[in-house]
Design a protein around this ligand. Structure first.
Ligand code: PRP
Ligand code: URA
Length: 193
């Protein structure tokens, strides 16, 4: 997390760190997914194992959530990926939806919203509203850094949605950026500014 935050970390290393830390957070976020028995034989004996029994939809919020998708697919290769595009209006800080690739019916039993930054919470609250209107019943938020304001907004709007993050930071500044944070997660991944 220290290297991720460091303003000198260039985009290739930044993307690698987003991937690595996302996988660690996802390990916790997926720990309670339902399993079913799966019996196999080792070379020595019968073994009563388990397999993942729930269908999972990954919902990366464009752009910054894209960097977390590969990590999630390494853990759950059979998951479907449904992209949602939102950006924050820089004056109002309200999310504007510009892309939605949800299938016509809610097919997954669990949706994991992937977005590294939970700042005002507007983007995540809006994404989860879209998912619930569409029919999603179980949703989890998976991110990297949150501000207390964003955690409160998400908890108030969607108390049923657990929040999994790597770090709870101090506050938002007057432009809605997380402090100390890491700056703009989309810009830092994709080398834009
Ligand atoms: C960032 C980030 C979140 C949002 C968080 O996206 O990836 O989606 O801001 O802020 P909020 O909690 O106040 O809504 P941004 O709007 O910068 O778009 P980008 O990923 O395309 O750069
Ligand atoms: N979005 C970001 O990428 N960073 C912030 O600090 C807040 C919103």
């Amino acid at each position: 997390m220290t290297r991720l935050r460091d303003e000198r970390t260039p985009p290739p290393e930044f993307r690698r760190l987003v991937h690595e830390i996302a996988m660690l957070v996802l390990y916790e976020a997926t720990a309670d997914l339902g399993t079913a028995p799966a019996d196999v034989r080792t070379p020595l004996a019968a073994y009563k194992g388990v397999r993942l029994a729930q269908t999972v939809g990954l919902v990366p919020v464009l752009r910054a959530g894209i960097g977390m998708v590969e990590a999630a697919l390494q853990l759950i290769p059979e998951a479907q990926v449904w992209h949602i595009g939102l950006f924050r209006d820089e004056h109002t800080l309200r999310p504007i939806e510009y892309y939605n690739k949800l299938p016509s019916a809610a097919t997954a039993q669990v949706c994991l919203v992937l977005d590294p930054m939970l700042a005002t919470g507007g983007s995540s609250v809006a994404t989860i509203e879209i998912l619930k209107r569409w029919g999603a019943r179980r949703v989890k938020y998976v991110g990297l850094i949150a501000a207390p304001e964003g955690v409160k907004a998400l908890n108030d709007a969607h108390p049923d949605v657990p929040i999994h993050i790597a770090s709870l930071d101090e506050k938002l500044n007057d432009k809605g950026y997380i402090v100390p944070g890491l700056g703009d997660a989309g810009d830092r991944q994709f080398g834009t500014s």
